[in-house]
Every structure is written in structure tokens, then in C-alpha cells.
Design a protein around this ligand. Structure first.
Ligand code: 13P
Length: 364
């Protein structure tokens, strides 16, 4: 017989649930600005900007210096370690700038993927050693939520059972350590869009992966009301010749979630996963318009799909900074509308926002 020993006090639970609710309040989503140094290099290189600490600071300042409109659309910002301890030009630290807007500060705490030997190129995610101490420090330094990304792949032989179980378990251990330290864990089991699989196969794999994740979270006594889920949308593989409408993607996505994600989870914050900015917004809008009952907030935690046009507008030039900030606000506003199912779009346009942001075997 299983016995229960309380993992959290009522006060701890209330704090976690309140943080999660603030992040996914109606019309709000997350700006994922937690690219590692290496990933930032991949963003800055195409616009001819050198990947230095100072240039990364200048770039993040463009996002964080947005005016009051930002807090209507953004409930949380995910930082990378380096950014937590950087300042704006006027000397105020970025954490304070975000907190003063009433936006919750989050921190990426995983240490990247490592191979699972004996599998077809599958991985698990490392970073549990010392995680409790790091979480305690980040909490003191202003972070109230965290992100940990696990990666699964679809092919004929994957995901394997060991990859599904191992990644579910490491996400549960991470979630447990976060909650013990007053930090809301964003649980991210990303299924990559690489491959030529159809929509049904992605839906099937998403259901199996999410079912294993919620079994592990239950086994580890995770307080679901104080968590958020960050999944992929259910889409066909990037190399699939079949095309699906936003309504079909929405139906497959919401069906997979309804079969696996308990209603106690306050919010589902999708990653954009290499979709173009417009595609990601249009699909999020369709997900929110889907006629099935949806007991969770369904919103965004986009990296590439909130930043591609910003980078393109900036190009490393001082005189483009305020225009780049405006572009960020516009994308955040569109995604806020999509999170409410109220985005009126005129179909996919052909500008920068329609460019595919797919990266093979994407690392973060
Ligand atoms: P994308 O939206 O660029 O997929 O990234 C979000 C993220 O945080 C992945 O971990």
C-alpha cells in the first residue's frame, strides 16, 4: 500500500499555485529568452552580430525594455543563467526590470542533453546534481519558476520505451526539487518535428509521452496545481508531404492533451518548435477555438516564434533598437490574442514572420 507523507505545506502549495496562475492569466504567455550561449550564437550569426556577452546583453535589453504593453501579453520570462546577473544600460538588473512590470521571472536549470547509449540517437537531460542548491539561490535572486527541456524523437524505432521512461522520470525529479524550493517547474517533454511522420503518428507519440510524464509526476508526489506543461503542438513531421489545416492540428493537439493532462494542471504553454511566427500564432489561435472542452489555459512559451522578426529588425544596429522592441510587442500582442482564440489574421503572409524557423535536431 502506498502511504502519503506530505511533500509540501499548505502555504508552499498556495505560493506555487499562485505563481503558476499569474504566468498563465488570461491573454498572457511566456517569452522564452533562455537560449544558451551556443544557441544565441546560432541566432546572432545570421544577422552578422558577434556572439559576445555584451551583444547578448544588448539584445536581451531590446526585449526587456518594452513598455507597459508588455505586461498585458507576457506573464513570465525565462532567463538563461548569464542574463539573471546582467544589467540594462542604466544599471538596473534585468530581473528587477521584469519584476517591476509584474512579470514572473523564470530560469532554465537543465544542463542540456546527453546520449542514451544503445538507442537510435536518443537522449536524456542532465543537471540534477546540485539542483536543489541552484534552485534555492535562484529563488533568492528573484526567480519563481524554472524550465527543464527533455527531447524525444519520432522515427521508425523511436521514441523507445527507455527514452520515454527515463525522460519522464528525470522531469519528475526536477519538478520535485523545484517545488521543494518554492519554484514552479515547467515540465517540457519536447517531441521534435524532425521526420516525415504524419499528424496521427505525432498525436500517438505525444499521448504516450505525456501519459508517462504524468504517471512519473504522480509517483514523485508532484503538486500539479503548481506546475505548467510545455509540450509541442501536434503537427506532422517537418519533412512530411501531407499538409494539415490549423483546425486539424488543433483537434489532434487538444485530443492528445485531453487524454493525458489532468485538469489540475493550470496551464499548457506550447513551444513553437520551428514553426514560423505566423504559423505558431495561427495554430495557437485554432487550438483555443477548438470546440472540445479545455480545462487548462492554452498559451505560448515561444522562443524562435517571438524573436525571429525582432532579430531581423535589429541587425545589431543601435538605431534599430526601438523598432525591434516594437516588433517584439506586436508579436506578443498577436500571441496574446491567439491565447484567447481572438486572433484575426488574413492568412499566411510572405514576410519575415512567415519564414520557417526549423532547425534540424534542435538544441536549446
Ligand atoms: P521554441 O519556441 O523556439 O521552440 O523554443 C522554446 C523553448 O523554450 C524550447 O525549450
Amino acid at each position: 500500500m502506498t502511504h502519503q507523507y506530505p511533500a509540501l505545506t499548505p502555504e508552499q502549495k498556495k505560493e506555487l499555485a499562485d505563481i503558476a496562475q499569474r504566468i498563465v492569466a488570461p491573454g498572457k504567455g511566456i517569452l522564452a529568452a533562455d537560449e544558451s550561449v551556443g544557441s544565441m550564437g546560432k541566432r546572432l550569426d545570421p544577422i552578422g552580430v558577434e556572439n559576445t556577452e555584451e551583444n547578448r546583453r544588448r539584445y536581451r535589453q531590446i526585449l526587456f525594455s518594452a513598455d507597459k504593453r508588455m505586461q498585458q501579453y507576457i506573464g513570465g520570462v525565462i532567463f538563461f543563467h548569464e542574463t539573471m546577473y546582467q544589467n540594462s544600460d542604466c544599471g538596473t538588473d534585468f530581473v528587477q526590470i521584469i519584476k517591476r512590470k509584474g512579470i514572473v521571472v523564470g530560469i532554465k536549470v537543465d544542463k542540456g542533453v546527453v546520449p542514451l547509449a544503445g538507442t537510435d540517437g536518443e537522449t536524456t537531460t542532465q543537471g540534477l546534481d546540485g539542483l536543489a542548491e541552484r534552485c534555492a539561490q535562484y529563488k533568492k535572486d528573484g526567480a519563481d519558476f524554472a524550465k527543464w527541456r527533455c527531447v524525444l524523437k519520432i522515427s521508425e524505432n523511436t521514441p523507445s520505451n527507455v527514452a520515454i521512461i527515463e525522460n519522464a522520470n528525470v522531469l519528475a525529479r526536477y519538478a520535485s526539487i523545484c517545488q521543494q524550493n518554492g519554484i514552479v517547474p515547467i515540465v517540457e517533454p519536447e517531441i521534435l518535428p524532425d521526420g516525415d511522420h504524419d499528424l496521427k503518428r505525432c498525436q500517438y507519440v505525444t499521448e504516450k509521452v505525456l501519459a508517462a510524464v504524468y504517471k512519473a509526476l504522480s509517483d514523485h508526489h508532484i503538486y500539479l496545481e503548481g506546475t505548467l506543461l510545455k509540450p509541442n503542438m501536434v503537427t506532422a513531421g517537418h519533412a512530411s508531404s501531407a499538409k494539415y489545416s490549423p483546425e486539424e492540428i488543433a483537434m489532434a493537439t487538444v485530443t492528445a492533451l485531453r487524454r493525458t493532462v489532468p485538469p489540475a494542471v493550470p496551464g499548457v504553454t506550447f513551444l513553437s518548435g520551428g514553426q514560423s511566427e505566423e504559423e505558431a500564432s495561427i495554430n495557437l489561435n485554432a487550438i483555443n477555438k477548438c470546440s472540445l472542452a479545455k480545462p487548462w489555459a492554452l498559451t505560448f512559451s515561444f522562443g524562435r516564434a517571438l524573436q525571429a522578426s525582432v532579430l531581423d529588425t535589429w541587425h545589431g544596429q543601435k538605431e534599430n533598437e526601438s523598432a525591434a522592441t516594437e516588433v517584439f510587442i506586436k508579436r506578443a500582442e498577436i500571441n496574446s490574442q491567439a491565447a484567447l482564440g481572438q486572433y484575426e489574421h488574413s492568412g499566411l503572409d510572405s514576410g519575415a514572420s512567415a519564414q520557417s524557423l526549423f532547425v534540424e535536431n534542435h538544441a536549446y
